[in-house]
Design a protein around this ligand. Structure first.
Ligand code: ADP
Length: 301
């Protein structure tokens, strides 16, 4: 079943184009990551899904219901965590979670107690005395306490200390294994890639690449050479894609036969060489900095 779908979703704030023709599909059971730098349009997309703002063109659905027309019905089964979580200074985690349970008309406190345990939440201290990391964990607990069918998190890692980040992502994985679909936005691919089934890369309001992380990816090498003079044509003929070229160094990505690469390198006069497997972050950076900017590429789906 389609959990989230966006169709030609486009949003302008006056002259600012925040989202342009975004088509995404999140299937039930996924942990789907939306990755992009600050200003790419991630929060705008989330706000459109939650019907906080309205699109100029296109539409979005959650559980195959139109987000603008069925917002109240949808929100009963959705948990949402904004990037910054704020509550009134005196409120405690216990009060917040109990109010959230009451709001959803849930009698049992079992889910609340297991969240206290999993996230090591202090239930009685007032909000104002808590660290930013603890406040964020409570925001996440409030969004999860009614065991939603879909959890939407805007920058879940923001504000969390490293130990809390691990706790939260493990908790998200567990919730996903129990049936909660997850859609999260982040500006750090490294932070989320181990947890996601798919990631979409957003750049200046456009989706420029979607990667299926459940499939084995083609090995891409990142090669860096140092020397006095290089003949790029040999490297380009070989299939290398230049990433960075200076007078005395060359960095390129390479997807071809490794033996051919080594043969070509052995014929060059080099001072130093490094060859490493590209991380997903390297490949995505290549998309930001390289020549793919205006293409939408879907890989392995
Ligand atoms: P992200 O969440 O990826 O950091 P946003 O969705 O917040 O990106 O912003 C996308 C673009 O829209 C940016 O250029 C931002 O400055 C602009 N923007 C966001 N909200 C508003 C607003 N309320 N009014 C005007 N411009 C906005």
């Amino acid at each position: 079943m389609k959990i989230i779908e966006t169709v030609h979703l486009t949003k302008n704030y006056g002259q600012t184009l925040a989202l342009k023709n975004v088509n995404l599909l999140v299937e039930e059971g996924e942990i789907y990551g939306l990755v992009g730098p600050i200003g790419a349009g991630k929060s705008t997309l989330i706000k459109l899904l939650l019907n906080f703002i309205f699109p100029n063109i296109g539409h979005a659905t959650i559980f195959e219901l139109n987000c603008a027309k069925n917002s109240a019905k949808i929100k009963k089964k959705v948990g949402y965590v904004p990037s910054d979580v704020h509550y009134s200074p005196d409120v405690t985690a216990g009060e917040l979670l109990k109010t959230t349970l009451a709001f959803h008309r849930i009698q049992s406190e079992a889910s609340m107690l297991s969240l206290y345990e999993a996230l090591e939440i202090e239930s009685t201290r007032p909000w104002v005395e808590l660290s930013i990391s603890d406040q964020k964990k409570i925001g996440i607990a409030c969004a999860m306490v009614h065991e939603p069918r879909l959890l939407i998190l805007d920058d879940p890692g923001k504000g969390l200390d490293p130990a809390a980040k691990r706790q939260v992502f493990e908790l998200l994985r567990e919730a996903n294994q129990k049936g909660t679909s997850i859609f999260l936005a982040s500006n750090s691919l490294t932070e989320i890639q181990d947890y996601c089934t798919r990631v979409a890369l957003l750049k200046e309001g456009r989706v420029i690449r979607i990667e299926d992380l459940t499939k084995v990816r083609k090995k891409v090498k990142i090669v860096e050479l140092w020397g006095e003079a290089f003949d790029f044509r040999d490297l380009e003929i070989l299939g290398g894609r230049m990433l960075n070229v200076t007078e005395k160094s060359v960095k390129f990505s390479y997807e071809g036969d490794v033996e051919k690469l080594l043969k070509t390198l052995s014929m060059m006069t080099l001072k130093d060489v490094t060859i490493k497997n590209a991380s997903l972050e390297d490949e995505f950076l290549d998309y930001y900095e390289g020549g793919h900017g205006s293409d939408t590429l879907e890989i392995g789906i």
